[in-house]
Design a protein around this ligand. Structure first.
Ligand SMILES: CC(C)(COP(=O)(O)OP(=O)(O)OC[C@H]1O[C@@H](n2cnc3c(N)ncnc32)[C@H](O)[C@@H]1OP(=O)(O)O)[C@@H](O)C(=O)NCCC(=O)NCCSC(=O)CCCCC(=O)O
Length: 343
């Protein structure tokens, strides 16, 4: 297939610029959708999100072939699944028309990603239709696929069918502490065990490019068994800006894999994960949203068994609009917890 002429909305830089492609998968609408660019929030005036400047800023090597590098690598020293999915979606989005927006993706993580080398993204233009366009992306390291991803893009269409669940009622992010603030609070406890202190300091050193405010910290740093459900406010660190829905979908794909699989362990305080990794990840985009603004992430695990767990996530805009949904199965192999948590 002939390569599409690069234009600013498709090119590497085009996906990253704040181009005027507001819109995207819109349903239902909120008054916010109709407004022009809102003022740059105070927290972000001079700090562009590293997700935009680095993680999702792929280098073009050839037609439909890109290279992505890493920013944050989890302690497991395997690449973060959200990074690979987000980068795969960036690569896919570069070859679709301006008025097509990601509405879903389906991925398998087939091998662990190696943080020592970059990832190549090879895009296959599976089908171009009038309303839907499909891309297949293979993420490759050492000559072998680490992720296979299919992403589908839809041209905006109106419909009288519009419904969504209601967002859970939770305190606003302004009333809650960030993970870092919570850690400092725990660290100030005089009776904290040395190993717990070390664990918390390691968490502080973790430069994850997203900010999190758990709705229920005791659930987040759990003591007893809780239902397999957690809620937290989340946003990309730094400024991204309004208007580039293609980019916000890629950032949401990155964010959506964070802390999701951990939901499986919440009912089992007597077990620790000795090996856990996402096996697959599916995502659906429903509405316009900004990933550099607080969104509520609702994570539930309806099932676990056979060393696997199923998790489902819903990303809500703070005005109650359902922005995106996702589902994931992960392998979770556990061992008995030898020491009770001191947190
Ligand atoms: C490992 C995957 C899932 C496939 O597994 P398998 O088919 O078993 O691969 P092997 O290479 O044969 O084994 C790997 C490893 O596991 C051990 N193993 C295998 N079977 C068993 C068993 N029945 N019981 C115990 N152990 C078993 C085997 O011995 C090997 O151990 P090792 O020799 O010590 O290595 C594979 O498909 C895979 O890795 N896929 C990629 C998964 C992935 O990377 N996902 C994305 C990253 S996860 C993530 O990002 C989650 C978010 C983290 C951030 C956060 O929320 O905090």
């Amino acid at each position: 297939m002939a390569e599409k002429e690069e234009d600013p909305n498709h090119s590497v830089s085009g996906l990253m610029n704040n181009c005027n492609t507001a819109g995207g998968p819109v349903s239902p609408k909120s008054p916010e959708d109709e407004t022009s660019e809102s003022p740059v929030p105070e927290y972000a005036q001079d700090l562009k999100s590293v997700l935009v400047t680095s993680v999702l800023n792929l280098e073009k090597l050839d037609v439909d072939l890109y290279r992505g590098t890493h920013h944050w690598v989890p302690r497991t020293q395997r690449l973060f699944g959200g990074q690979i999915v987000g980068q795969a979606l960036v690569a896919a989005a570069k070859s679709v028309g301006d008025n097509f927006y990601a509405h879903s993706l389906h991925c398998y993580f087939v091998r662990a990603g190696d943080p020592k080398v970059p990832v190549l993204y090879q895009v296959e233009r599976t089908r171009d239709g009038r309303s839907f366009t499909v891309r297949s992306v293979k993420a490759i390291q050492h000559g072998q696929p680490i992720l296979i991803c299919q992403a589908s893009f839809h041209m905006q269409q109106e419909s009288p069918l519009q419904h969504q669940f209601t967002m859970p009622t939770v305190p606003p992010p302004e009333d809650l502490l960030t993970v870092e603030e919570l850690i400092h609070l725990y660290l100030s406890k005089p009776d904290l065990a040395e190993n717990a202190k070390q664990g918390l300091n390691k968490l502080l050193a973790n430069e994850v490019p997203i900010e999190i405010k758990p709705v229920n910290p005791p659930q987040f740093y759990r003591r007893g068994a809780t239902e397999p459900k957690k809620l937290f406010w989340v946003r990309a660190r730094g400024y991204i800006g309004e208007g580039n829905m293609k980019l916000h979908c890629c950032v949401a794909a990155y964010v959506s894999d964070f802390a999701l699989l951990g939901t499986v362990l919440l009912p089992y305080p007597n077990y620790r994960a000795k090996f856990s990794a996402s096996l697959d990840h599916a995502m659906w985009f429903h509405s316009t949203f900004r990933t550099d603004e607080w969104m509520l992430y609702e994570c539930v695990s309806p099932w676990a068994g056979g060393s696997r767990g199923l998790v489902q996530g819903r990303l809500w805009r703070r005005d109650g609009v359902l922005a995106a949904s996702c589902s994931q199965e992960g392998v979770v192999r556990v061992k008995p917890a030898t020491e009770p948590s001191k947190l």
